[in-house]
Design a protein around this ligand. Structure first.
Ligand SMILES: Nc1ncnc2c1ncn2[C@@H]1O[C@H](COP(=O)(O)OP(=O)(O)OP(=O)(O)O)[C@@H](O)[C@H]1O
Length: 443
């Protein structure tokens, strides 16, 4: 058995029930090499369960054992070159040796680069900031915080910055972690009474990249530790890049002093891409994967799947797999047919009544007031937003939208759209409301 995996199981033995360990982790076969630990699951069900429930735990233990984040690859199959029957691990875990600094292995995804990132209005600033930071780490903006909804490319940009730092200086130590890994590894360190090693590990890097820091919310000890790590890195001009699913000030149960630190550098919103950018991303992804997709198909998917890039990519993968299986080219008919259910789900939520209901709930006003003739500002602004959302997200014409909003004239809708678009560009608060509503409606 891979020695590393055996030690990992020994550690996990104390944390997981015997049943979980035997059902999910013991059946895995393992191989470790210079690139990381490869785990083979006997079937896809086991694989999904391990990925969802145990992967962060495994990664946290590996971090502690090896002294750095260590990539784990999961796949269905078996370790045929070195078959292993995973036996019950031997007892008596030993104190983990910390790897010497020279053996630092970064864990960045090499596919996530600036070259493979498609730029559009929605992510232009984020990309520029990430590039600045990568070419001038610790000095340009520290920390750099990228925030925005799920699947919009924050992780991609973060890795791209890390990859560029290493391209410019191969000795640069970049550590990437999801926030759950930070939490998990801290819990492990507390349990193993190895907090000094934990602190040292995070403070010895040149750049620390932590993804999805909203998971720190409510975890006071983690926040305390992260706060100290942050200060130490910041003072010695080591670069910090963070991502969050919303503007950190909006994250409940995040300590005020931490929120304030996050504001020391630059915070940039990554917004949902517009139609043209969605189509361009789709064509770029298809090209990357060697899938033949023409512009009509790209436009069809970009028009109908507005939620986020991950969903768009998922649709492309499904199409490619089916086309490959049936030996058919990917035409618009084939795409419509293959993705019928998926496209219907995306279309479903976006009706005018639904937009009205969700906008009213969001602004805490009554639906009947939103549709009424009352012109007080507290109603007029949400109404204008709902009208603009209806124009952007549905196929309805201006007169139809006016009609649906209590029989208003189409010029009123036109004026609303113009006003809101201008506001969204110039007013951060308005932009946030707008993005949040789009996420709710298309997510
Ligand atoms: N502008 C873009 N160009 C190319 N690929 C993109 C772009 N935006 C997103 N993607 C791709 O979409 C997928 C999801 O992106 P990513 O994981 O970076 O999202 P995220 O914002 O970090 O989401 P989450 O908050 O859920 O982690 C990735 O495969 C990424 O490469």
């Amino acid at each position: 058995m891979s020695d590393l995996w055996r030690r990992c199981l020994e550690r996990l033995e104390g944390d997981l029930s015997a049943e979980d360990l035997h059902t999910w982790l013991m059946p895995l076969q393992a191989r470790d090499d210079a690139d990381g630990l490869q785990l083979f699951a006997p079937n896809s069900y086991t694989l999904d369960t391990v990925r969802e429930r145990y992967l962060p735990r495994i990664e946290a233990v590996l971090l502690l054992l090896i002294g750095k984040a260590w990539p784990v690859r999961l796949e269905v199959g078996s370790n045929s070159t070195r078959p292993v029957a995973v036996a019950k691990p031997a007892a008596a875990p030993k104190a983990a040796p910390i790897a010497p600094a020279a053996a630092f292995h970064h864990n960045l995804d090499p596919h996530y680069t600036f070259e493979t990132f498609v730029e559009g209005k929605s992510n232009q600033l984020g990309k520029a900031a990430a590039m600045q930071v990568a070419t001038n780490p610790g000095r340009a903006y520290n920390p750099l915080l990228l925030y925005g909804g799920t699947g919009l490319g924050k992780t991609h940009l973060m890795h791209a910055a890390g990859n560029l730092m290493r391209e410019r200086n191969p000795d640069f130590k970049v550590m990437y972690l999801r926030s759950e890994q930070f939490v998990g590894s801290m819990i492990e360190a507390l349990r193993a009474k190895s907090m000094d090693q934990f602190k040292q590990r995070f403070r010895s890097v040149d750049a620390l990249l932590i993804d999805d820091i909203q998971f720190f919310a409510g975890k006071d000890t983690t926040q305390e530790e992260f706060f100290h790590t942050f200060n130490a890195l910041f003072e010695s001009k080591q670069q910090i890049i963070l991502t969050c699913d919303r503007y950190p000030k909006e994250v409940d149960k995040l300590e005020p002093r931490l929120k304030s630190r996050l504001g020391w550098g630059l915070s940039v919103a990554i917004e949902p891409p517009d139609f043209e950018t969605r189509a361009a991303i789709l064509l770029a992804k298809a090209h990357e994967k060697g899938v033949a997709v023409d512009e009509n198909v790209a436009m069809l998917l970009a028009k109908r799947i507005r939620s986020n890039v991950r969903d768009l990519e998922g649709a492309l993968n499904t199409l490619a797999a089916r086309a490959n299986f049936y030996g058919k080219p990917i035409t618009t008919d084939f795409a419509e047919e293959t993705l019928r259910d998926l496209l219907a789900t995306h279309a479903q939520a976006i009706t005018i009544p639904n937009i009205q209901k969700i906008t009213a709930e969001y602004f805490n006003v009554r639906l009947q007031d939103l549709l009424s003739k009352r012109r007080v500002r507290s109603l007029a602004r949400p109404r204008q937003i709902a009208m603009t959302l209806s124009k952007e997200l549905t196929e309805h014409s201006l007169p139809e939208i006016g009609e649906a909003f209590g029989g208003r004239d189409h010029t009123t809708v036109m004026h609303a759209c113009k006003t809101i678009r201008k506001f969204v560009e110039t007013d951060a608060r308005m932009r946030q409301d707008w993005e949040q509503l789009i996420r709710t409606l298309t997510g």
